[in-house]
Write a protein that binds this ligand. Structure first.
Ligand code: OMP
Length: 236
């Protein structure tokens, strides 16, 4: 199933390699804050040497000049997807795309697709209103963040599968939607608040699903992966 991205949310490179080797059918992996902070770019080389696609999820959130520089550096890795928070604002989002173009040209690689986090899938409507004091309904807020990303020239957005149908409707078929917060009916939700099953998420219009702990924390990750793929083939 080429639409599932498996996050390597583990402590170090050797744990990541062990997972990659168990999950040999998986073609797309995510390197996030935990692994990149501990291992740095070595893990990217390890994935490339195995011909895997790479989602580098560093969730940049800073002033325009800083994200431009960070994106210039990240572009050199030649990864497929990169994240930034939409709430960094329009100037930072535009600066990020400039940085990517610059870094990719300098390194002679394709720039990654830049996608914006709309609202973390671990945030509930209640938390948005009462903790973050955002006086807008959650679906509308996620939509506005996706539109901000689109207007700023980004390639797509990260959103909950619960919102993707509406966002797809407004942003159009060419805007890329990556959805974490995906849980098979048999899996623990953990800290995820706005979830759909894999079949619901694809039906709602997600281009890619990010599914982590239901696979990576299972006693047998490869069996959990296969179970999800089987469920998807029955439901599609
Ligand atoms: O950018 C992300 O990938 C992301 C955005 C978001 O809103 N929610 C979210 O869970 N993620 C990431 O998606 C993965 C979800 O992992 P599981 O909850 O284990 O399936 C983690 O690596 C998160 O960092």
């Amino acid at each position: 199933m080429q639409k599932i991205i498996v996050p390597l949310d583990v402590a170090d490179e050797s744990a990541a390699i062990a997972l990659i080797e168990q999950l040999e059918e998986v073609t797309f992996f995510k390197v996030g804050l935990e692994l990149f902070t501990s291992s740095g770019p070595k893990i990217i080389e390890a994935l490339k040497s195995r011909q895997k696609k790479i989602f580098l999820d560093l969730k940049f959130h800073d002033i325009p000049n800083t994200v431009k520089g960070a994106c210039r550096s990240a572009a050199r890795y030649g990864v497929d997807l990169l994240t930034i928070h939409a709430t960094a604002g329009k100037d930072a989002l535009k600066a990020a795309t400039d940085g990517l173009a610059l870094g990719a040209a300098q390194a002679g690689v394709e720039p990654p697709k830049l996608i914006a986090i709309t609202l973390l899938t671990s945030i509930s409507s209640r938390q948005l209103a009462f903790d973050l004091k955002v006086p807008v309904e959650l679906p509308e807020y996620a939509l506005q963040m996706a539109l901000l990303a689109k207007e700023s020239g980004l390639d797509g957005a990260v959103c909950s599968p619960q919102e993707v149908a509406k966002l797809r409707d407004v942003c159009g078929k060419d805007f890329l939607f990556v959805c974490p917060g995906v849980r098979p009916s048999w899996a623990d939700k953990g800290d995820q608040k706005r979830t759909f099953t894999p079949a619901q998420a694809l039906q709602a219009g997600a281009d890619y699903l990010v599914i982590g702990r239901p696979i990576t924390a299972a006693d047998e990750p490869r069996l959990a992966w296969k179970k999800i793929c089987q469920e998807l083939s029955v439901n599609s």
